[in-house]
Design a protein around this ligand. Structure first.
Ligand code: H2U
Ligand code: ZN
Length: 349
């Protein structure tokens, strides 16, 4: 493949995980911007906010009271999108009006008692606490006989629709597998059948050889801007070892995940010197009790910012109707993320 053509000529790139395409228009980066400018994220938050429904000891919107927790804390979402006791029903009128009831459990999980402490500013030990609760929640929910998929995800920042700046994530456990993991599973499976190896093991090896899209790595994990990234600074976090979910961490791997999460989120914050908004989530094996040797543990970071703390990318027009498109290439975005430091800008002396 001609690397210089990829930086000059409009082209499409293929996502082997989802089998979607992205249109890349590198010649278009000099386009002027007269559009929407966002407010920069607030950075001067208090350590405790008496009006916050996630802070320790405070009352939540439905009247429940949080314990005075001093590490992490998870609870059932008071406004859950899915409910465990949903009665079963199914309807199909000629394949045109099709519906099925969906059972589920939605959890909310606070990362820290501190209202202002985001992952990039936490210690490795504190992130370790978050990872061990993620692992415990994944195991507990996944072991329920009707739960086939557990999605851990974080919406960070008002730009991503997070309802509260207190660092937290959500966990949704479903009776059905959602669309995105279904697509990935199909790709993992077909690739394994055709090549007798793993799609992400092979992809990671290729990226580590090339280096041009790698942002950071340690002995357990690596973060790259995938060749097929849609969002300007989208990244893919992959384990170096082939395993399928958090409860299969080998010795030291949880600490290495804490390290890599801290480093990539510090780089994100440093890029525009802002609390960098994103949606992120882990893609782990389905939890229906079957073995999934084809699944490779990974996480996606999907940040909306484009060129500064106040200009975001919009997925509109052709992207809603055709397929996603980007101007800045994954390679030049990776270069920018590689160039920023791994010391948080607020901790700089
Ligand atoms: P987001 O910031 O990603 O929206 O997550 C916050 C969740 O917290 C949201 O799903 C729930 C909302 O339903 N919530 C409670 O469970 N209790 C509350 O008192 C307020 C918000
Ligand atoms: Zn709070």
């Amino acid at each position: 493949m001609d690397a210089s053509l990829l930086q000059q000529v409009p082209h499409r790139r293929f996502n082997p995980l989802t089998r979607d395409w992205v249109l890349v228009s590198p010649h278009r980066t000099k386009r002027p911007w007269l559009g929407k400018v966002e407010k920069p994220a607030t950075t001067d938050l208090p350590a405790y906010d008496p009006t916050c429904y996630l802070c320790p000891g405070n009352e939540r919107a439905d009247g429940a009271r949080n314990p005075k927790y001093n590490s992490t804390f998870a609870f059932d979402n008071d406004f859950a999108a899915l409910l465990p006791g949903t009665p079963a029903f199914e309807g199909d009128e000629g394949g045109l009006l099709v519906a099925r009831s969906e059972q589920g459990i939605c959890r909310v999980m606070c990362f820290s008692p501190r209202h202002d402490l985001t992952i990039p500013r936490m210690s490795l030990a504190e992130i370790g606490e978050v990872i061990s609760l993620w692992t415990a929640e994944f195991r507990r929910l996944g072991e329920l006989d009707w739960v086939r998929h557990v999605q851990i995800f974080e919406n960070r920042g008002a730009l991503m629709g997070a309802s509260n700046p207190h660092p937290h994530c959500q966990i949704w456990a479903n009776a059905s597998m959602p669309d995105m993991p279904v697509k990935e599973l199909r790709s993992f499976r077909d690739y394994r059948e055709a090549k007798k190896s793993c799609l992400l093991c092979d992809y990671l090896r290729l990226e580590l050889q090339r280096g041009e899209r790698v942002i950071c790595e340690n002995d357990g994990f690596a973060v790259v801007i995938p060749f097929w990234a849609v969002w300007p600074f989208e990244t893919l976090l992959m384990s170096k070892r082939h395993f399928a979910s958090m409860e299969q961490f080998a010795a030291g791997e949880s600490g290495l995940l804490a390290d890599i999460l801290r480093r990539i989120t510090i780089r994100y914050d440093n890029l525009f010197e802002t609390s960098f908004p994103y949606s992120m989530g882990f893609h782990q094996r389905p939890t229906d009790g079957q073995a999934y040797p084809e699944w490779h543990f990974h996480a996606h970071f999907l940040p909306p910012l484009l060129r500064s703390a106040t200009v975001q990318k919009f997925m509109v027009g052709y992207e809603m109707l055709g397929n996603p498109q980007r101007d800045i290439t994954p390679e030049s975005a990776a270069k920018r993320l590689r160039e920023v430091a791994e010391i948080h800008y607020l901790d700089r002396v």
